[in-house]
Design a protein around this ligand. Structure first.
Ligand SMILES: [Mg+2]
Length: 270
C-alpha cells in the first residue's frame, strides 16, 4: 500500500496515540469505525465504507485525530492528482471532505473531537523529533485545553462547579477588590507575569543577607506572589488548583517515586 503505512507501529500517529493513552490512563481503540461515519458511495460497489478515526476512548467519549504533514501540505505522490476517488474529487480533496465530515458528525454524536498535529511538536524534517517526556507534556496540555473548548457540557459543569463549590472566598475577595478599583485594565497577562516576578524578588530580598528573617514580612511577600498568581490564573481562565494538579500528574510520570525518592537528580539522568 502507501509507503506511509510501512512501519505503522512506529509511526508518529501511533506514537502520539500512545502518549494520549498514557495521559488519559486508558487504551484507545485505534482506527475505530462508527456506523454513522461513512465515506461516499462507491459507483463500483454501491457501498459506503465506514471511515476510521485514529483513536477513540469510549469511556471518555473522546476521539483524537492525528494530522500528519500530508494533511496540510500538497503531497502529489500520496494525493494521486490524476486519479479521481469515489467522491468524484482527487484524493487530497476527498481527505479534506472526510475531515470536515468527522468534524461535523463526531460532535453531533456527543463525542469530543481533538485534533493533534505533527506541527504541535518540534519536527525533524516532516516527522516529530521525539522526546517522550516533553511530548507527554505537550499532549497533556492539548487534551486539557481542548476538552475545555470542545465540550460545552463539561465546561458548563466546571463553571457551575467553580461557582457553587470551588469558588473560594479568596477568589471572590480578589475579584471584588480589583473591580472596586477598576484595576483590571492594568492586569494584562504580561503585567501580571511581571508582577509575579517582581514580588518573587521581594520575597527573596527577605533572605538577602541571612536567613534570620522576619517571618511576618516573608508571609506578606509570599501573599503578594500568590495574589498575582491567582489573578493571572483568573485572567487565563484556568483554575489555579486544577493546573497545579494537572502539572503534578505530568511531573509524577517524569519522576517515578521509586527512582527519585530522596534524590534531586534531573528526570533525564534518573
Ligand atoms: Mg511585595
Amino acid at each position: 500500500m502507501l509507503p506511509i503505512m510501512a512501519g505503522r507501529a512506529n509511526s508518529d500517529e501511533h506514537y502520539v496515540l500512545d502518549l494520549c493513552d498514557q495521559v488519559i490512563g486508558a487504551k484507545c481503540s485505534r482506527q475505530h469505525r462508527f456506523e454513522w461515519l461513512r465515506g461516499d458511495t462507491s459507483p463500483a460497489t454501491g457501498r459506503r465504507v465506514a471511515l476510521p478515526v485514529d483513536g477513540y476512548w469510549e469511556a471518555e467519549r473522546l476521539v483524537v485525530e492525528f494530522a500528519e504533514s500530508q494533511h496540510t501540505e500538497v503531497t502529489p505522490h500520496f494525493d494521486k492528482p490524476d486519479v479521481l476517488t469515489v467522491s468524484g474529487v482527487h484524493r487530497g480533496m476527498q481527505r479534506a471532505l472526510y475531515d470536515d465530515r468527522r468534524r461535523l458528525l463526531i460532535p453531533e454524536h456527543g463525542l469530543r473531537l481533538v485534533t493533534i498535529s505533527a506541527t504541535d511538536f518540534p519536527l525533524k524534517g516532516r516527522t516529530i523529533d521525539r522526546d517522550r517526556d516533553r511530548d507527554l507534556e505537550i499532549v497533556s496540555a492539548i487534551l486539557k485545553r481542548e476538552s475545555l473548548i470542545c465540550d460545552p457540557e463539561h465546561r458548563e459543569g466546571r463553571e457551575q462547579g467553580s461557582d457553587e463549590h470551588e469558588r473560594r472566598p479568596v477568589h471572590t475577595a480578589l475579584s471584588q477588590f480589583v473591580a472596586e478599583r477598576d484595576w483590571d485594565r492594568f492586569h494584562s497577562p504580561e503585567n501580571l507575569a511581571k508582577s509575579i516576578s517582581i514580588e518573587a524578588g521581594e520575597l527573596l530580598e527577605c533572605f538577602q543577607w541571612d536567613d534570620s528573617t522576619d517571618h511576618a514580612r516573608v508571609t506578606e511577600e509570599l501573599a503578594d506572589v500568590l495574589t498575582y498568581c491567582l489573578l493571572l490564573a483568573d485572567k487565563l481562565d484556568v483554575d489555579a488548583d486544577q493546573i497545579v494538579l494537572d502539572k503534578l500528574e505530568v511531573t509524577r510520570v517524569k519522576y517515578p517515586a521509586d527512582q527519585s525518592r530522596g534524590r534531586s537528580t534531573k528526570y533525564d539522568q534518573l
